[in-house]
Design a protein around this ligand. Structure first.
Ligand code: RIB
Length: 300
């Protein structure tokens, strides 16, 4: 079982020819809404990877809540740990340019009311994987890491979005997944030593005894464990929309760990899933099914 403690949003998405500069207005070519939030996206990715998933989080008592949870319901994610609050459902205002790049502003709303101890709404046992991100309060993340470790669960912390105050939490998770920008910033905050990123990853793994995974977009993924260093190349693709690609990686990665896959295979499978997620518009709608990932891995 994978338990995701994290954010649930409704994404309000405008497609534009190019992303505007500050103070500039640009015309949009289309507008859609889609379920989102890094927590919910990762929960859906893990479910589409074929693993049983339970979500812990919060939505508002408003019209956005049902749509925000719709694809998780379709994928049979257990939503018994999702509470309803008087705050509004989290929203993300997203612009996607023609080159597939995006800018996102998130209004946490109900996600801010996921409190320390909410993980105890659900039973966590040895062998479960608890997956977290930085879109709920940091105190809640810290409490969930402690509770999960005490129960003998494996913990995976995705460090998005970057918060300098979260640096101290990284050493508490069994697996940390960061993109290159986040890792470089956390590296400064933690005063990691080394001439380059790989050396700083080794320093982190050596100091903490944990595994650090750094995603590099089109350049693939690197991972450092206390004893090993791995690199996995990316599939060659032309991205249409990168929203949710990192979340797809994290959800699939957690699913691979939950299924007992070795780290190198887990990285390759999660990387392929993340690449496929860039080939369709939207975050959750673009998350691939396990069979699509199998196919992509065969043909590469
Ligand atoms: O990682 C993509 C997600 O970030 C979007 O779905 C949006 O809701 C924000 O949380």
């Amino acid at each position: 079982m994978i338990i995701v403690v994290g954010s649930i949003n409704l994404d309000l998405i405008a497609n534009v020819d190019r992303l505007p500069s500050p103070g500039e207005t640009v015309s949009g070519s289309s507008f859609t809404t889609a379920p989102g939030g890094k927590g919910a996206n990762q929960a859906l990715a893990a479910a589409r990877a074929g693993v049983a998933v339970r979500m812990v989080g919060a939505v508002g008592k408003d019209n956005f809540a049902a749509e925000a949870l719709a694809l998780l319901r379709d994928a049979k994610v257990d939503l018994s740990g999702v509470g309803e609050t008087f705050a509004s459902t989290g929203t993300a205002l997203i612009m996607v340019g023609d080159d597939g790049e995006n800018i996102i502003a998130v209004v946490p709303g109900a996600n801010a009311s996921v409190v320390p101890g909410d993980l105890s709404k659900t039973f966590v046992k040895e062998g479960d994987v608890v997956l977290l991100q930085h879109e709920i309060p940091l105190a809640t993340i810290e409490a969930a890491l402690d509770q999960a470790s005490a129960a003998g669960a494996v913990t995976v912390l995705n460090t998005a979005p970057f918060h300098a105050e979260a640096a101290a939490l990284l050493g508490k998770a069994d697996y940390v997944v960061a993109n290159e920008t986040e890792f470089d910033l956390y590296g400064e905050a933690l005063a990691l030593g080394g001439r380059d990123r790989a050396a700083r990853m080794r320093d982190f793994a050596g100091r903490t005894g944990r595994t650090i995974v750094v995603t590099l977009g089109g350049d693939g993924v690197m991972a450092a464990t206390p004893t090993d260093f791995l690199t996995v190349p990316a599939m060659k693709i032309t991205p249409v929309d990168t929203v949710g690609a990192g979340d797809t990686f994290c959800g699939y990665f957690a699913a691979c760990l939950s299924s007992g896959l070795a780290l190198d295979k887990a990285l390759a499978r999660a990387g392929a899933a993340g690449s496929l997620a860039c080939l369709k518009p939207g975050g959750q709608p673009a998350i691939p099914l396990a069979a699509d990932v199998d196919q992509a891995l065969k043909s590469h």
